[in-house]
Design a protein around this ligand. Structure first.
Ligand SMILES: [Fe+2]
Length: 276
């Protein structure tokens, strides 16, 4: 679907939302499982907009910068819909890097053409980096700020969703959220090494669901704003991810990793052994 707005730059957010809605609705079918997975990503994108608004509000970010932040949140996973249509999976390693595909879709459809080139680049760069284990070196302070905003907002929603998911009865779980990983015992050595080194667990180190939970726990190394930590704590959004972090070797780097953890009381998060 080509962008056809005649509006002056930058486009109103409501106009971008209309394009988002039309584009994503076109991926719905009559197959309920397929549609459930499409709706999952539509709703995730909309909630990431709300999360980024909340972080921006805590930082006093408004006006054009808020508009840019909301736009990158709305479109950060736009490639997910083509990914699922083509491969019937959200697992990047079995299909395609969905962040790169989001950038391709936005360029191809001309969705950002009414933004100035610098703003469009800022949005695309933040989207391209949102799923990387670490941000690239040498980013400008402005790019870095928006990239961090998007990463925090995205992770907040994923943590909320996965916490609810892992606390629900097994019979109600949709395996798409487990990345099709087996529910086997233990954790992998490589996952523990990532945690010990104080870095986000790499996707290629995931061998089972415990590793995936630890990957989510390791996102604490990459929390950038106090509001995000407060939300993680208040909503209990990290509960399941932290529960699996039963080893001292995992706890210590997590709690030492970020000076904001102590300020927000995250050091008091109860951590219990639950490894099968
Ligand atoms: Fe994503």
């Amino acid at each position: 679907m080509k962008w056809t707005s005649m509006e002056a730059t930058p486009p109103r957010f409501e106009t971008l939302q209309t394009w988002f809605r039309d584009h994503t609705q076109s991926f719905l079918s009559t197959v309920s499982e397929h549609d459930r997975n499409i709706v999952l990503k539509i709703e995730h994108s909309e909630r990431v907009v709300a999360e980024i608004e909340s972080i921006c509000s805590s930082l006093g970010v408004k006006g054009e910068d808020l508009h840019l932040a909301k736009t990158m949140a709305l479109f950060h996973d736009i490639g997910r819909f083509e990914q699922y249509a083509r491969y019937e999976t959200y697992v990047d390693r079995d299909s395609v890097n969905h962040a790169d595909l989001s950038v391709t879709v936005l360029r191809r459809e001309g969705v950002l053409k009414d933004f100035g080139p610098d703003e469009a680049e800022l949005i695309l760069r933040a989207i391209a980096c949102h799923n990387r284990a670490a941000l690239p070196e040498g980013e400008s302070p402005r790019h870095l700020f928006f990239e961090r905003l998007l990463r925090d907002a995205d992770k907040l929603d994923i943590l909320r969703v996965t916490t609810r998911y892992y606390e629900s009865p097994e019979s109600q779980r949709d395996r798409i959220l487990d990345l099709d990983l087996p529910n086997s015992a233990g954790v992998s050595r490589d996952t523990c090494r990532d945690i010990e080194a104080g870095r986000i667990v790499r996707l290629e180190h995931l061998h089972n669901i415990n590793d995936f939970k630890l990957l989510q726990a390791s996102w604490i190394f990459d929390v950038n704003f106090p509001r995000t930590l407060a939300q993680i704590r208040d909503a209990g959004a990290s509960r399941v991810a932290m529960e699996v972090s039963s080893h001292a070797l995992i706890q210590k780097p997590i709690l030492d990793s970020n000076p904001m953890l102590l300020k927000t009381g995250m050091g008091m998060v109860p951590i219990c052994a639950r490894l099968p």
